[in-house]
Design a protein around this ligand. Structure first.
Ligand code: SF4
Length: 121
């Protein structure tokens, strides 16, 4: 049996979690103050995922950089490749918040979307 220590990222309380694992299976979670901590610990120990934030270049916009993010979590082991895949992407203004910048990034089924609007200059 293995024990892992995690900090729950479900809310600013950041509860310190202790997870008991056996062959990759979560047996027990302690330290959580609510059920979200249990779900977070299970996910983190079996299929860790994250929202990824980054930026791409903008042409003809009031600013040159557009902040973007994955619309949903993607597997943690794809974060680096996801950021790498955004290198060299240039979009043309205008851009609206929520516009899809990259569809189905790395075949994850998750889109990269704009997190702000940028008008034409
Ligand atoms: S276990 Fe619940 S209360 Fe504690 S950090 Fe996670 S979400 Fe917040």
């Amino acid at each position: 049996m293995k024990t892992r220590s995690l900090t729950c990222i479900g809310c600013p309380m950041g509860c310190p979690l202790k997870v008991e694992l056996n062959n990759g299976k979560v047996l027990k979670v302690t330290g959580n103050s609510c059920p979200i901590g249990i779900e977070y610990a299970k996910k983190e120990c079996t299929n860790p995922k994250r929202i990824v934030t980054s930026s791409v270049f903008v042409e003809e916009g009031e600013v040159d950089i557009l902040p973007v993010k994955t619309k949903e979590d993607i597997p943690k082991n794809k974060i680096f490749d996801c950021i790498k895949s955004l290198k060299g992407i240039v979009v043309k203004a205008p851009v609206e918040i929520g516009d899809i910048i990259v569809k189905d990034v790395l075949g994850t089924g998750v889109d990269i979307i704009a997190t702000r609007s940028i008008h034409k200059k």
